[in-house]
Design a protein around this ligand. Structure first.
Ligand code: ADP
Ligand code: MG
Length: 344
């Protein structure tokens, strides 16, 4: 066989592939959009979803808004108001930092932005295709803040669209993301609505985590919660959270984990938690656990994957093991945790 010729893919194909890495399903797009609303300090976030997010994902916030003159580049790749220098990555306190979300969305959906800052007398609206602003932003009526409308997600990625689950399942994933963010950001009011239906999730602003757990997951869980709080100065970490006592159990473990306020997954921690409970709960039954972990940003790498779903630890292996043992003892386990379960 002859060696095949190497060619460079055209720009459009490259951008679409890259965008598909960041946005794998409607819930990922929504997570990016929620984070974009939390960064500019919104206190109210309203979401509207049609057809599992494939037909429509809309988010409205009351944050700072986007300046009219920034519309020109807001959807370009690597344009951000949050990061200036590479070194800043170590102390980044915003969710976003590399300006990829809006660019990605504009390559695989129809994107419209409406926004008003406190200095504008009206809002401005524009649509974007493949990162580029279409025409000039037009003045429209609107309140301070931003509305991002994402329509026909994956319209130009038929294979991806086919690989997705049913709209009902995609909606379920969206609703999980919203629930978790609403619990972790309980001072922000969240509302999630499926088109045509009433609000599916509604939490008031200035609420608290337990109240939001009650609103979203129900009183059966909320009334059995134990507050959990630990701090270690040498290891520079803090843990705070709520977990159910032994009166409550469910078939599927519910584990809400935030590390430095990012919603992440951690299989080992999940297993650890479940293991501790296994001695106390009926066979094959599991708890509800919400943990918020704060670590020195210098100790973790958030820049691992475009979805930012995974967090890596920077420290050398030995340090990591020390940390892990310490966290296992402190966070999930064993002595302290057991005594909490016993005394409640
Ligand atoms: P990043 O969040 O990494 O900066 P994004 O592509 O998600 O990148 O957003 C690009 C920029 O658009 C942000 O840095 C921010 O300045 C602006 N932006 C996006 N969404 C909002 C919003 N809801 N309110 C205010 N500004 C926003
Ligand atoms: Mg962002």
């Amino acid at each position: 066989m002859e060696a095949p010729k190497i060619i460079k893919l055209n720009e459009e194909v490259i951008n679409r592939i890259a965008a598909g890495e960041v946005i794998q399903r409607p819930a990922n797009a929504l997570k990016e959009l929620i984070e974009n609303s939390l960064d500019p300090k919104a206190t109210n976030i309203q979401l509207m979803v049609k057809n599992g997010g494939l037909k429509l994902l809309q988010i409205q916030d009351n944050g700072t808004g986007i300046r009219k003159e920034d519309f020109e580049i807001v959807c370009e790749r690597f344009t951000t108001s949050k990061l200036r220098e590479f070194e800043d990555l170590h102390k980044i306190s915003t969710y976003g930092f590399r300006g990829e979300a809006l660019a990605s969305i504009s390559h695989i959906a129809h994107l419209t932005i409406t926004s008003k800052t406190k200095h504008d007398i009206c809002a401005y609206q524009a649509s974007f295709v493949d990162s580029k602003l279409q025409g000039t932003p037009k003045p429209v009526a609107g309140n301070q803040g931003t509305i991002i409308t994402v329509e026909d997600l994956f319209y130009n990625m038929t294979v991806r669209k086919k690989a997705l689950r049913s709209p009902a399942e995609e909606y379920q994933k969206i609703s999980e993301v919203v629930s978790k963010y609403a619990i972790h950001n309980s001072t922000v009011g969240f509302a999630l609505k499926k088109s045509g239906d009433n609000n599916d999730i509604r939490t008031p602003p200035e609420s608290n985590a337990v109240e939001n757990i009650r609103i979203i997951y129900g009183n059966t869980i909320a009334r059995e919660l134990i507050e959990f709080s630990l701090e270690s100065t040498p290891f520079k970490f803090k843990v705070h959270g709520y977990m159910t006592n032994v009166n409550y159990s469910t078939k599927k473990l519910q584990f809400l984990l935030f590390i430095n306020h990012r919603l992440v997954d951690c299989q080992s921690l999940k297993k650890c938690v479940d293991h501790v409970y296994s001695t106390y709960l009926p066979k094959n039954m599991h708890p509800f656990v919400y943990l918020s972990l704060e670590l020195d940003p210098g100790d973790i790498d958030i820049n691992v994957h475009p979805t930012k779903h995974e967090v890596h630890f920077f420290k050398r292996r030995t340090d990591y093991r020390k940390y892990h043992n310490c966290s296992r003892d402190k966070i999930v386990g064993f002595k302290q945790f057991k005594s909490i379960l016993h005394t409640s």
